[in-house]
Ligand binder design. Structure first.
Ligand SMILES: [Zn+2]
Ligand SMILES: [Zn+2]
Length: 130
């Protein structure tokens, strides 16, 4: 079985970068809102209801999450729906315009066999027990 090196996915900086936003005078963290599915490259704009993220914000579409058996190829974690960032500035300074999405498209660096072996190893363990 192909083993995925634990650290190999973590070398490309922007993948796990955080964004700091000044929000109501306090500094808070905001999701990056990556622009595409890492697997099929489908566009996932900030209002995409089919966007899914892992805890590191690895971003995929709902169809690909199903194909991946809810196993993130980068970290092994499960996925949750990505919240939509409001287009309207309902609260001062807080909207898609004030905190725009990332424009850096992210792509998986694993081949299909590696991804399949990785999913196979983890898929039967519920995310909360991984
Ligand atoms: Zn996809
Ligand atoms: Zn992940």
């Amino acid at each position: 079985m192909a083993e995925i090196e634990g650290d190999s996915a973590f070398e490309s900086g922007p993948r796990f970068a955080m964004i700091v936003v000044v929000h109501g005078g306090a500094t808070t963290m905001a999701l990056q809102l990556r622009p595409n599915c890492e697997y099929c490259d489908k566009d996932l704009p900030p209002n995409a209801v089919e966007a899914r993220i892992c805890s590191f914000e690895c971003t995929f579409c709902a169809d690909c999450v199903e194909k991946l058996h809810n196993v993130c190829p980068n970290c092994g974690g499960g996925f949750a729906p990505r919240p939509v960032r409001p287009a309207v500035e309902w609260c001062p300074g807080v909207s898609v315009t004030k905190s725009p999405p990332s424009d850096q498209r992210v792509h998986l660096s694993f081949d299909l066999d590696q991804i399949a072996a990785h999913s196979e190893r983890i898929r039967n363990i519920p995310p909360e027990e991984r």
